[in-house]
Design a protein around this ligand. Sequence first.
Ligand code: SF4
Length: 325
Amino acid sequence: MPGELLLSAKDLKTWFELKRWGFLSAGFVRAVDGISFDLKPSESITIVGESGSGKTSLLRTILGLAQITGGEITFDGKIFDAREVKDLAWMRAHVGFVQQDPYGALPPFMDIRKILSEPLLINKVPKEEHEKRIRDAMEEVRLIPVDDFLPKYPHMLSGGQQQRLVIARAIILRPKLIVADEPVSMLDASVRVEILELLSNIQKSHNMSIIYITHDLSSVRYFSERVFIMYAGKIVEKANTRELVQNPLHPYAQVLLNAIPDPDHENAKKFKEVPPGEPPSLVNPPSGCRFHPRCPHAIEGLCNTQEPPEFEPAPHHSVECWLYK
Ligand code: SF4
């Protein structure tokens, strides 16, 4: 029903086929492998995982940039079929995308006015609204004075200003959902907090939902409702942010939290445990629990043979781990 849930993913799978040899398939990269979750209007979700965990593929699937291999996405009460051009156009009009690399995301031969006009033209927003929409979006992301910035090209902006422009383009159609893919990982440390605060303020003031993905668990406080921990194509833990930070259940979530640098000067000197080993191949993921080759609590004969289902040891706190059977 529209209004109850904005987005629902059910047993979502996105597999990419490796190069074929004649009639033989060389296998599949199981980037997203059986993910289910719901997102309410105005809600924020942070998805945390190491590089290669499949979180970008999950976002691309939601945006229709990667084909669904299995499962289903429902957006605003309607099943989304990325093979249908009208579904894709509808999704693009209602979901704003903030990419990781702002310079790569912006067309180099367009000035700011053209860049911000493009989505308005494509989505047939009445011409008389364009100027106000462009100016409002630029003021909101603090690209001011607006008249000074309007004729500039992306290469004339700093990295932080480029990402502000990407955010302005993402919100100019007043979407219901923003998806942000590591939006500060390519920016100078000095502007990261500003950009995260900006995104967080925009999300709240427009009552938009946001899916924020990051490898940095310490940044969850900016989008603070729920956190999902993703590992090797699966979501292994879901909880409210406070609950997860205070009581992480999955051994992988525990080592991720333990790896966050402590701002306390004395504690910062202590050894911080990081996840041992490397994330597994998504072509031939380990049998059973995919974390078992790295897990200090793995139960021989169970974890290496049987995939754990989702357990809910506390209300609204679920985990895929045999320790909570
Ligand atoms: Fe570790 Fe087993 Fe839990 Fe996987 S299911 S995280 S291997 S204890």
